[in-house]
Design a protein around this ligand. Sequence first.
Ligand code: PLP
Length: 366
Amino acid sequence: MADQNSHPILERHLFGPGPTNAYPEATAALGLPLLGHLDPEFLRILDDTCADLRTAWGTTNKRTLPLSATGSAGMEAAFVNTVGPGDVAVIAVNGLFGERMCDVAARAGAEVVRVDHEWGTPVDAQKVADAHPNPKVIAAVHAETSTGVRSDMAALGALKGDALLIADAVTSIGGIELCADEWGIDVGYAGTQKCLGVAPGLAPFTISDRGFERRIEKPQSWYLDLGMLGGYVGEATGGRTYHHTAPVAMVRSLHAGLKRVLAEGLENVAARHYAAGQALQDGLQEMGLELFAQDGFRLPELTTVKVPEGADSAKVRGYLLSEYNIEIGAGAGKFASTVWRIGLMGPNARPDSVALLLAAIKDALA
Ligand code: PLP
């Protein structure tokens, strides 16, 4: 029988839509001896993580915390805490994650008003604002990982009226500009495995006082009830109560990753992502490939490129994996076999990654 421990340790270049390779500081923190989840030292780390997340979000919201689950749980928390039966949720859909929002909001009982956009294009804020006279929430994805498109959350914030604005920042936090307060975001959720350069497992979350005051008092989810989670981080109530066992190792890893990002500076990190993304997109076009996302709205951290005529998408991806240890992503939805998604996130947003990718893709297409 094969020895279960004999698998080689593969070091992949994770250039797909996430997870990305982690910052070394974040990986090292995963190996630290465990602390108890109520140890004063751990509580200090958790508080400090919440403080650094406020900086990463661009918010002063006291209710800012890492939810103990992945980005989709952040999405779920955003909707179950703000909409219930009879509430109108206007949701911008320009990709897979906008679609997922509609499903999640409908399961929470909301009356969903979808505002569809062609995939590859950004959200039209006016069209969203015109979709319903008095929704309880409007929601959109800041950085659509399925298409590589950035949408203008500030424009939505300016037109939200009395509604709460929910923003998906899974693929923008720690990578490109994100100003939750300035843009009028009331509820935001994110993930750790993209530009923050930390393994998947937590969902950085923030909610304004305005959002919290209008929340559903007793949402159908016990685990994601923000009223109860206040005690978990202590911030909202001033006291700390047991809610669930904090994923201690993941929180420490996020803590270390955030320190790494903030030491570099959010503006510098964004500049690094823009430079790498631009260089990759220029290089791909110089090779004769066509980009998928609309010009002017392309994410630097996630490039979508059309699979060239005659190339087999899966074969090329397989070749990159076997010959270069490079993972890139297939397209999403109906573009699964006609688009590739190439991420340069966190520590991978560097010129050497760009050079490696361009050379490997050139070879794979030769
Ligand atoms: N929203 C966006 C924009 C994403 O890219 C993802 C994951 O790729 C999610 C939500 C869901 O996050 P997770 O897969 O961590 O649950």
